[in-house]
Design a binder for this molecule. Structure first.
Ligand SMILES: Cc1ncc(COP(=O)(O)O)c(C=O)c1O
Length: 366
């Protein structure tokens, strides 16, 4: 990202397929709500668990979207889902305890766990299993003495999902073994075929992590939420109070407004869908032939083993020679990621077709 930025500042025409964020701002309704609040409201600290009105609104959203009823008391507004992970891990784990993380996966899970003195337990998933853990993995996790499983569906970097029956199987198996299930649902809303189900549909003990960053297009506002079992709310309230007092008030106000911007967000999503189709249709002819069609998020995870055994060098050369930035797989899977590349399609449509053109010309000339 730094190199892409440096080249862009120096005047090069860079296509950003390395970014994990929407190219769009927060929906207009969110920005207007904040603009009003800036001139009319105090915007001091809120309660540690968040603005009561926002907690209610999130509970309503969950009920409308999934048909699952959740008491607003179980909703905790957080400073991005990133803070949600810190709170959840601290609330449920003892020092040194292990936690299961499917690999490839979002790298911050393991870094957060390590930084807090817990121990990541990596689970190798497979392309054949759509990069999702299996019940056998849950059995092995339980046997290892780990405290739980973190599931991200749709997943970053693969965009693949554990659809409802598989999610239920995993939730049931975790419950059988007394394992915690943390479900990272940050890419919910961004599915292109089958809608993602929430872990809350199958378990009242699951901890759900979500955010306004991705579907709601509000990365920089740093606002997200947790849904936690009732017994955990007091612990989490105390942790949040001590760690950061309360999530940013201005962002919570924006988040309230964001729920009135769904139409705009659906338009953004249809652009992602068009980008996804374009890339899935055209990248194979350009020379990236092995890409699993992703179910959601805005990522494709390309198997590039025919082209390189060093995804980092490959990404650097691609950036240097054709100005297309992508993320090497080793960021997400230190064992097998050297032969994978993550391509983000959150950018503009014309950028996607230009990227395909550049990649095709480049790979043919190598
Ligand atoms: C899978 C996943 N979870 C969580 C996050 C953290 O997002 P935030 O803290 O902005 O909510 C990201 C960010 O890229 C992500 O990809």
């Amino acid at each position: 990202m730094r190199e892409a930025h440096r080249r862009e500042t120096a005047g090069e025409d860079i296509i950003h397929m390395e970014v994990g964020q929407p190219a769009t701002p927060a929906p207009r309704a969110a920005r207007e709500r904040v603009a009003r609040a800036m001139s009319e409201e105090n915007l001091g600290y809120t309660l540690s668990l968040g603005l009561p009105e926002l907690r209610e609104r999130i509970a309503d959203y969950i009920s409308t979207r999934y048909g699952v009823t959740v008491a607003a008391d179980r909703v905790v507004v957080t400073a991005g889902s990133s803070a949600g992970f810190v709170l959840a891990f601290l609330a449920i784990l003892e020092h040194g305890e292990g936690f299961g993380l499917p690999s490839p996966g979002y790298p911050c899970y393991r870094q957060i766990l390590k930084a807090l003195g817990f121990s990541p337990h990596l689970i190798e998933t497979s392309e054949d299993g759509r990069w999702m853990p299996t019940t056998t993995d849950v059995e092995a996790l339980a046997a290892s003495g780990a405290a739980g499983l973190l599931l991200a569906s749709p997943n970053n970097p693969t965009g693949t999902m554990a659809q409802a029956p598989r999610l239920k199987e995993l939730a049931d198996r975790c419950a059988q073994h007394g394992l915690w299930l943390i479900s990272d649902e940050i890419y919910h809303g961004l599915e292109y075929d089958v809608e993602a189900e929430t872990a809350l549909a199958y378990s009242n003990a699951a901890i759900v992590v979500n955010s306004f960053s991705k579907y709601f297009s509000m990365t920089g506002w740093r606002v997200g939420w947790l849904v936690v079992p009732e017994a955990l709310t007091r612990t989490i309230e105390r942790l949040a109070q001590n760690l950061y007092i309360a999530p940013p008030t201005v962002s919570q106000v924006a988040a309230l407004g964001a729920f009135d911007g769904i139409e705009e967000l659906e338009e953004i999503k249809s652009r992602y869908a068009r980008n996804r189709s374009l890339l899935l249709n055209e990248l194979p002819a350009a020379g990236l032939t092995n890409i699993l069609p992703a179910d959601g998020a805005f990522y494709l995870y390309a198997d590039i083993r025919d082209l390189t055994e060093d995804s980092e060098a490959f990404a650097q050369t691609m950036l240097r020679e054709i100005g297309v930035a992508a993320t090497p797989g080793i960021d997400f899977d230190s064992l097998r990621g050297h032969s994978y590349l993550r391509l983000s399609y959150a950018g503009a449509e014309h950028e996607m077709s230009e990227a395909v053109r550049r990649i095709g010309t480049w790979l043919r000339s190598r």
